[in-house]
Design a protein around this ligand. Structure first.
Ligand SMILES: NC(=O)c1ccc[n+]([C@@H]2O[C@H](COP(=O)([O-])OP(=O)(O)OC[C@H]3O[C@@H](n4cnc5c(N)ncnc54)[C@H](OP(=O)(O)O)[C@@H]3O)[C@@H](O)[C@H]2O)c1
Length: 332
């Protein structure tokens, strides 16, 4: 497993991280989530070389963090890099209404006192004394009502107290990153990024590279479509995130994606790897992408994904794969 520094923090995290959105059991997913499977999945990741776990209070309204807390019990805390988030609350109605999930109303709040409450809850949920990276959860869509400078004051206070080691943001554009950097220092941004979703390439990745801001790419597998384990006749269930938000799951698009993945079998064979592994390896080799957060709910998937952390694709393979990806064009 390769490890890379997060921003300028000195914290070294595995290039493949474990994403815990699905294990929160939100209705975005099409299968029931069993906590014992989730715990086994996280532990399989840790036992096979991952040290980065990304969670959020919002994933299952605390459930994901509680599962992480159970899974990491007994592991050497100093070796783990725990990343969680703040800014989406459901226990009150202070802030801006965001959306309703599973009958619960979510509000966006990045006032320092609310962040502090969230951090105290996260520490309790995960039975730990500190959080390695705290991200503001969803900066855009629309702006948070709290000015970034005030949010940053609250975050830096928590950092001084040792409750958080590094400050991160997610879904935050370049203008917003600049505002954060004027008020203090962020070491990570967490945007969506995959072969099929490369919107951050260019100004965004260049800004992060120039300022030593790590990029934790989320949804790098497009929720499984890029693993090579989805068949052409897979139909995403209506109402799930796959069906409602990822146009690549539409039949005419997914068939093209799966054909593209099939065309890389020779590369996979060369590394004795699976398609999922070479997709992950391609993703963490892109300029500015320092870490990829792969979600999973079963030990088998995690072990497959973790082993991508050892693959070194050649420059010619990276270029060939990019040419195929670009040839796909936009989804219809
Ligand atoms: N900051 C943010 O706003 C934000 C937003 C989204 C995600 N994230 C983070 O990024 C993480 C990853 O994103 P994601 O969960 O959306 O997407 P992802 O990593 O692209 O896909 C995860 C899903 O793909 C399937 N999968 C994974 N490995 C597989 C394998 N080897 N074979 C077959 N299927 C496999 C699993 O589906 P099943 O579970 O159905 O089997 C899994 O839940 C999240 O967990 C979260 O930590 C952050």
């Amino acid at each position: 497993m390769k490890f890379r520094e997060i921003g300028k923090t000195g914290i070294r995290a595995s290039v493949v991280g474990f994403g815990t959105w699905a294990i929160g059991g939100d209705p975005w997913w099409d299968k029931e989530t069993k906590d014992e499977d989730s715990i086994a999945a996280i532990q399989a990741g840790l036992d096979h070389g991952i040290n980065l776990i990304d969670t959020a209070p919002g994933y299952g309204r605390g459930r994901s963090e509680l599962v992480v807390g159970k899974a990491i019990t007994g592991y050497d805390r100093e070796k783990l890099v725990i990343s969680t988030k703040c800014g989406i609350i459901w226990w009150g109605n202070e802030g801006a209404f965001m959306m309703e999930v599973g009958g619960t109303k979510l509000y966006r709040n990045l006032e320092p006192h609310s962040i502090r409450t969230e951090v105290e809850n996260s520490l309790r949920n995960m039975k730990t004394d500190y959080i390695d990276v705290l991200h503001t959860h969803w900066q855009s869509l629309p702006e948070f009502p709290t000015p970034i400078s005030r949010t940053m004051e609250g975050l830096m206070q928590l950092q001084q107290e040792g409750k958080i080691r590094a400050i991160g943001v997610s879904n935050c554009d370049v203008a917003q990153m600049k505002e954060y950097m004027e008020a203090g220092r962020i070491d990570v941004n967490q945007p969506p990024y995959s072969m099929l979703n490369r919107g951050i390439e260019g100004e965004f990745t260049n800004y992060c590279l120039a300022n030593d801001i790590s990029i934790f790419a989320y949804s790098p597998l497009e929720q499984g479509l890029l693993t090579g384990n989805f068949k052409k006749d897979y139909e995403a269930q209506p109402g799930t995130y796959r069906a409602d938000f990822i146009p690549w799951y539409k039949k005419e698009n997914r068939v093209k994606v799966i054909d593209m993945l099939d065309g890389w079998k020779d590369i996979a064979q060369k590394y004795n790897a699976t398609i999922s592994q070479i997709v992950i390896a391609w993703t963490y080799c892109q300029p500015g992408i320092t870490h990829v957060l792969c979600g999973a709910r079963h030990p088998g998937h995690v072990i497959e994904n973790v082993n991508a952390g050892n693959i070194e694709l050649s420059a010619a393979e990276l270029t060939r794969m990019r040419a195929d990806i670009e040839a796909l064009g936009a989804p219809v």
